[in-house]
Design a protein around this ligand. Structure first.
Ligand code: 4NP
Length: 154
């Protein structure tokens, strides 16, 4: 099997996509799946910054340390480095389509397309809400991570 390389993309790369990356890493480790994982934002607002403290606390509650992650902006070259590029919501999927080089072989889609019954849905942005929203984010990205690892391990 060619080693899968998965990039998770939200807006700021400080809330949703770092949690998606962490959930995927944990699930891949549990399944013994050798995969590359990273996350990025379509915006450059938080480049070089650690994840939102609420995201760091939520990941820690579930056994993942994301305090060392740093924000970065997605770039066209990512389409050559990753086999799967998964957007957390529709606006970010549109942003990715705008920068996708012609002829890219990367599989591009919404993260929740992985989850039976949730195709076409977005992972809600928890940035403006309270910490409870990050728990919902964690549940969403964990469900997607489980489905994605099962699919990649097949
Ligand atoms: P994320 O959340 O896209 O899940 O990382 C956001 C982070 C920052 C902003 C918006 C959403 N912002 O406007 O700075």
């Amino acid at each position: 099997m060619i080693r899968p390389a998965v990039l998770f993309v939200c807006l700021g790369n400080i809330c949703r996509s770092p949690l998606a990356e962490a959930a995927f890493r944990a699930e891949a480790a549990r399944a013994g799946l050798d995969a590359l994982a990273d996350s990025a934002g379509t915006a450059d607002y938080h480049v070089g910054e650690p994840p939102d403290p609420r995201a760091v606390r939520t990941a820690a509650r579930f056994g993942s340390d994301i305090s060392g992650y740093r924000g970065r902006q997605v770039e066209a070259a990512d389409f050559a480095r990753f086999s799967h590029i998964l957007a957390l919501d529709h606006a970010n999927l549109q942003g990715l389509k705008r920068i996708m080089p012609a002829g890219s072989g990367a599989q591009l889609g919404l993260l929740l397309d992985q989850v039976p019954g949730r195709a076409g849905q977005a992972v809600a942005d928890p940035w403006y809400g309270d910490e409870e929203g990050f728990l919902i984010t964690w549940q969403d990205v964990s469900a997607a991570a489980r489905a994605l690892v099962a699919e990649l391990a097949r």
